[in-house]
Ligand binder design. Structure first.
Ligand code: NDP
Length: 296
């Protein structure tokens, strides 16, 4: 079997077009423009690239982008004061604090200072609890993107066996909650899981979020399974730097029914879902119906 490639780049473009369409309608019919505030503390080069990209795509879908760049020595008090200001700014519907923060800042404290209704990253403890109890939450962007691609490919996920490899708060745990919400039978695997190959071989859906280059070989994949590769790993090959996932794409794509490539799979969906979450937050704040197909 040769797997169908799930094209995350094309899917993300479709999501952005849907968001742009709904943003235009919000402006026209209600005079509302959704706004996303992104806070960057320090000069981490990767974070600077992400923040630039987020700002650019926010403007491209017709939303307002507010960038707050603070120097690396910013005190916790000053950062919390900025978050408080953004929480109370009616033009700001989404707030994202780019992680990681410099070591002297307490990430949990900072994230939990964001108004949960504006927490478009879905990391606030209230949103974690809402998701876990099956209530309306702001859902972390990367797992939301994975869910959208799975729903698009399969329609219903009900009754499918899903294995999520990785139990981080950012990807693994919320991914498992979302799959459970769609009535999959979910296993969460991690570094202490016994006989991981056998666990993965049971799965109709495999989500790999480990951070180890090409750790999952093709012979762990059940014939016809759907493989979502969240991993982004930079490796040296033939003197060049390349991005690879957590799954060995060449061998896995010979057994899977469908697979996301790296790059061009889950990656582009993350920012698209951030825009979708900002739109959702804006609709909720204004008592308007949520955008269909863009939420969990
Ligand atoms: P973390 O490092 O926070 O978590 C990794 C998880 O993998 C842990 O739960 C760990 O288990 C588990 N793990 C590590 N080694 C093994 C092993 N040998 N066997 C089984 N499980 C193992 O990573 P993240 O969740 O933040 O990210 C995972 C990957 O996804 C990274 O490559 C990251 O770059 C990428 N990523 C991509 C995004 C995108 O937009 N596409 C967004 C976010 C992340 P344990 O808990 O036991 O230590």
């Amino acid at each position: 079997m040769v797997a169908q490639v799930i094209d995350g780049k094309a899917f993300a473009a479709k999501v952005r077009a849907q968001v742009a369409d709904k943003v235009a309608k919000l402006k026209e019919e209600h005079g509302i423009t959704p706004g996303l505030a992104v806070v960057l503390v320090g000069e981490d080069p990767a974070s600077q690239v992400y923040v630039r990209s987020k700002g650019k795509q926010t403007v491209e879908v017709g939303m307002n982008s507010y960038e707050h760049k603070l120097d690396a020595e910013t005190s916790e008090q000053d950062l919390l004061a900025l978050i408080d200001k953004l929480n109370n700014d009616p033009a700001v519907h989404g707030i994202l604090v780019q992680l990681p923060l410099p070591k002297h800042l307490n990430e949990d404290l900072v994230i939990n200072a964001i108004n949960p209704a504006k927490d478009v990253d879905g990391f606030h403890i209230s949103n974690v609890g809402l998701l876990a109890t099956g209530q309306k939450a702001m859902v972390p962007c990367t797992p939301l993107g994975c869910l959208m691609m799975l729903r698009d490919h399969h329609g219903s996920l009900s009754g499918m066996d899903a294995v999520v490899i990785g139990r981080s708060n950012i990807v693994g745990k919320p991914m498992a909650q979302l799959l459970l919400g769609d009535s999959c039978t979910v296993t969460i695997a991690h570094s202490r899981t016994r006989n991981l190959p056998e666990v993965v071989r049971r799965a109709d859906i495999v989500v790999a979020a480990v951070g180890r280059p090409e750790m999952v070989p093709g012979d762990w994949i059940k014939e016809g399974a759907t493989v979502i590769d969240v991993g982004i790993n930079r490796v040296e090959r033939d003197g060049k730097t390349r991005l690879v996932g957590d799954v060995d794409y060449a061998s896995a794509s010979e057994r899977a029914g469908a697979i996301t490539p790296v790059p061009g799979g889950v990656g582009p969906m993350t920012i698209a879902c951030l825009l979708a979450n900002t739109l959702t937050a804006c609709c909720r704040a204004n008592g308007l119906p949520e955008p269909e197909g863009l939420t969990a």
